[in-house]
Write a protein that binds this ligand. Structure first.
Ligand code: UDP
Ligand code: MG
Length: 144
């Protein structure tokens, strides 16, 4: 593995709108390496655990409802300083506030449906990756 890891989720609305390919391309073009990628649908239990930190927020129920509403694409990513540099690539939580060249600005449709998730710390990147990927679904490669 080169550098550190982070976890991305292409959220249901972005998948539904057909943005998966463009977003995966953007991730690679921005210099991140993909070490795991799959389409899946979150159960309510998994979504509640994934977003447990937000359990007391007023947006929690709507967020869980949305994240379980259709298929998502989960991507395990590695790069130097992966968490911070990926957060810069996706942009602010509200797509309207995100810098124009970011994934959320380009593909997000609302605060909730902001196209993509990115881990907020190294600790959460590992926790989230372990929640969504089995060890045999991860492929660390030497840089050629
Ligand atoms: N969210 C929402 N309403 C809000 C704030 C957040 O629906 O007022 C959703 C949004 O999809 C966001 C997710 O909850 O990506 C997690 O919120 P967080 O504050 O952790 O933002 P992020 O780390 O994703 O930028
Ligand atoms: Mg967050």
């Amino acid at each position: 593995m080169v550098g550190s890891i982070t976890l991305a989720i292409i959220k249901p609305k972005a998948v539904e709108l057909g943005h998966t390919g463009a977003i995966v391309h953007t991730i690679n073009a921005a210099g991140f390496c993909i070490r795991g990628l799959k389409m899946m649908r979150m159960t309510r239990e998994l979504a509640e655990e994934f977003y447990a930190v937000h359990k007391k927020s007023d947006f929690f129920n709507g967020l869980v409802e949305f994240m379980t509403s259709g298929p998502i694409v989960v991507v395990s990513i590695t790069a130097e300083n992966a968490v911070v540099s990926f957060r810069n690539t996706i942009g602010a939580t509200d797509p309207k506030m995100a810098a124009s060249d970011t994934i959320r600005a380009k593909f997000g449709t609302s605060m909730q449906m902001n196209a993509i998730h990115g881990s907020d710390s190294d600790k959460n990147a590992i926790r989230e990756t372990n929640l969504l990927f089995a060890p045999e679904e991860i492929f660390d490669q030497k840089r050629s």
